[in-house]
Design a protein around this ligand. Structure first.
Ligand code: HMG
Ligand code: MG
Length: 309
């Protein structure tokens, strides 16, 4: 079947932001060897991934799975045209990012106080304060800075979240120097009309190329939310190969949207990603081998069916 002509409301290209080496591996109970992380990152880049998070410069006591991020950054072969990013919560993280010569850092804050407190041991206001020696100085040093606003669709501790709180945070992060803010459905509770309402709210104040969606697929609604986002004008989606993923401080956050499922769907709709789906599927096999358990991505499990020209 030939890829359908995207309707006038759909973009012709989408940027896929890969998070498996970070959001995926941060949640694994077994420690994955540094060289295995490097193998996964290189397989993803071989598949055409051009933006990816390779680790976190967070406190090792909090997330021991990411303790080797500095070493991962040293070991990966850097390719031209690829943006390598790491999470960074504070000035210590920025020092590590600079020493590791990473291209991009990502700061993160939650739209709900309780998740924020559990995740970074700070109130939302204290978290924004902690970004002051991070975002501006990083931009001055030539790093790009991305922001996350988590728990936008719901909080594991507080339930419903007012999207207006997330909008205030996103505007703050953009004003502080972030080039894009990714809205997190941290625990995968979102549904499409809700997504449409969130994006509509943001579109009133923020150009939509500055907004990305970071969807966990815990309840199988991530792709439906992608479609809602696409129809509203979103062109960046975060995803994790084979559906690896979760947040250690968000119970039930297992399973990011699988990158293969995202790319399969986009290509089938005639939307370019620059990613080779067969090679991406191979990267998913690497992910499964290095974590040593079955991974949930649908295309990962079913295999890639080539679309006839
Ligand atoms: P704290 O304990 O309040 O901070 O943690 P602290 O400043 O008192 O430091 C405690 C210790 O950590 C000290 O060491 C610091 O030096 C060290 P000690 O003196 O005890 O030996 N430390 C660091 N070490 C290395 N790198 C650093 C660093 N900072 C402090 N950057 C802190 C506060 C923010 C550090 C901590 O809470 C933390 O690291 N949290 C990170 C939690 C995390 O990574 N969560 C998962 C990522 S978020 C997510 O998954 C959601 C997302 O995917 C989007 C979505 O799905 O919505 C992004
Ligand atoms: Mg996440």
């Amino acid at each position: 079947m030939k890829g359908m002509d995207p309707g006038s409301k759909l973009p012709s290209k989408v940027s896929v932001y890969e998070v498996s080496p970070r959001d995926g591996l941060q949640n694994e109970s077994a420690q994955v060897a540094t060289h295995a992380k490097v193998r996964l990152i290189e397989a993803l880049v071989d598949a055409g991934v051009r933006r990816l998070e390779v680790g976190s410069f967070v406190a090792p006591k909090w997330v021991p799975q990411m303790a080797d991020a500095d070493e991962v950054c040293r070991m990966i072969e850097r390719r031209q045209g690829v943006t390598y990013a790491c999470l960074c919560p504070n000035a210590t993280g920025l020092r590590r990012a600079i020493a590791a010569n990473i291209d991009e850092i990502a700061v993160f804050v939650s739209a709900s106080e309780t998740h924020n407190l559990k995740n970074v041991n700070k109130t939302v206001a204290q978290t924004l304060k902690a970004f002051e020696p991070v975002i501006g100085p990083a931009v001055e040093r030539g790093l790009t800075v991305r922001g996350y606003v988590s728990t936008m669709w719901g909080c594991p501790y507080e339930g419903d979240v007012d999207p207006a709180k997330g909008l205030t945070l996103a505007k703050h992060l953009l004003d502080a120097g972030c080039y894009q803010v990714s809205l997190g459905d941290t625990i995968g509770v979102g549904t499409p009309i809700q997504t449409q309402r969130i994006v509509e709210l943001f579109a009133k104040d923020i150009p939509l190329e500055k907004i990305a969606l970071h969807l966990h697929d815990t309840r199988g609604t991530a792709l439906a939310n992608v479609l809602a986002g696409l129809q509203m004008g979103i062109t960046t989606f975060d995803a994790s190969v084979a559906g690896l993923g979760g947040c250690p401080y968000a119970p039930g956050a297992a399973g990011n949207l699988a990158t293969e499922d995202l790319v399969y769907t986009l290509h089938g709709m005639g939307i370019e990603t620059g990613i080779d789906l067969e090679k991406l599927w191979q990267a998913g096999q690497v992910a499964e081998a290095i974590v040593g358990r079955d991974l949930p991505g649908k295309v990962h499990r079913a295999g890639v069916r080539s679309l006839a020209k």
